[in-house]
Write a protein of this length. Structure first.
Length: 303
């Protein structure tokens, strides 16, 4: 009955039937309206036993939701297997099972929806021109963030048995989704107490094009975090990258960001983590391989 209520509580979208997965129920919502954005789409995973108890759960929001659970709906026939990673992490007893809200990427609009608006507004010259060319339209990540932190979260907290507090609300993404997760974390520190910025695309544009602007990109992120990061205050953020394919470009930028976190008084291993995975490529199988570790550290119960 509770699941039926959840299905009916968002009446302006088309809803795919509830699917019973081996790892737990999966609900899909299509054509979800969001003001000033392309229609959104959701895949929501509920932990096993959700429908037979009264327990309330923390919530994890994840970008590129089409690549999380179902190979048949993924872009590259590869998935993060986020449901299996959550079960593996929670089996340790150190992580509570989370409801996972997978938000699909809107196709060609993905870049302009994930590029942090405040970072985009802070740059000019050739770098800004390349961002504009890549976006192909208005950068709308500020609206996307407002929708997640506002109407979407409000609906999730009403339709499902959640624990809505900041420290029970996490957000994770990879590549441009990694940038978007860090954006949500610093701009809405009141909402998101945990963030996973996986293989974040710090160059922001084609890394081969950005080579002549690499110092400007480093200065962008250093200044951006310096202005917005603030004190840890119980928050926690995970950052990482591999060393192959697109990830091979990320180390110089991540090193600048790591120094900024340390300078801001964040304690590595307690408040933030930054890891390098030798040989790991920029793709879903690599992210799936380390996702249980990411969950195990990022979502661990607070002392």
């Amino acid at each position: 009955m509770r699941l039926i209520f959840a299905l009916l509580a968002l009446p302006t979208c088309l809803v795919a039937p509830l699917r019973a997965q081996e790892t737990g129920p999966l609900i899909e919502y299509e054509h979800v309206p969001a003001a000033g954005l392309p229609d959104q789409r959701l895949s929501i995973w509920l932990p096993p036993g959700y429908d037979v108890g009264e327990r309330r759960y923390p919530v994890l929001y994840m970008h590129d939701g089409h690549n999380l659970f179902d190979v048949a709906k993924s872009n590259f026939n590869k998935i993060w297997a986020a449901d299996k990673a959550m079960l593996a992490a929670s089996a340790s007893g150190k992580v509570e099972p989370h409801i996972i809200i997978g938000i699909w990427a809107p196709g060609a609009d993905r870049y302009r929806q994930y590029l942090p608006r405040s970072a985009y507004d802070a740059v000019g010259g050739p770098l800004r021109a390349q961002m504009d060319a890549t976006a192909g339209g208005e950068v709308v990540s500020d609206r996307y963030l407002a929708w997640i932190a506002g109407p979407l979260k409000s609906w999730v907290d009403t339709a499902f048995r959640t624990r809505p507090a900041r420290d029970d609300t996490a957000i994770i993404g990879s590549s441009m989704g990694g940038l978007m997760s860090c954006y949500a974390f610093v701009e809405r520190a009141d909402v998101f107490g945990r963030a996973g910025c996986v293989s974040s695309h710090w160059p922001a544009i084609d890394p081969q094009i950005v080579e002549g602007e690499s110092d400007a990109v480093k200065a962008l992120w250093d200044g951006w975090f310096a202005a917005r990061l603030g004190a840890p205050d119980g928050r926690r953020v995970w950052m990482d990258h591999g060393t192959a394919t697109l990830d091979a470009y990320y180390a110089p930028y991540q090193q600048v960001i790591d120094k900024r976190f340390a300078a801001a008084g964040w304690v590595k291993g307690r408040d933030w983590q930054s890891k390098v995975y030798e040989g790991a490529e920029h793709e879903e199988n690599a992210w799936a391989a380390r996702l249980p570790e990411i969950f195990g550290w990022l979502l661990a119960k607070s002392d």
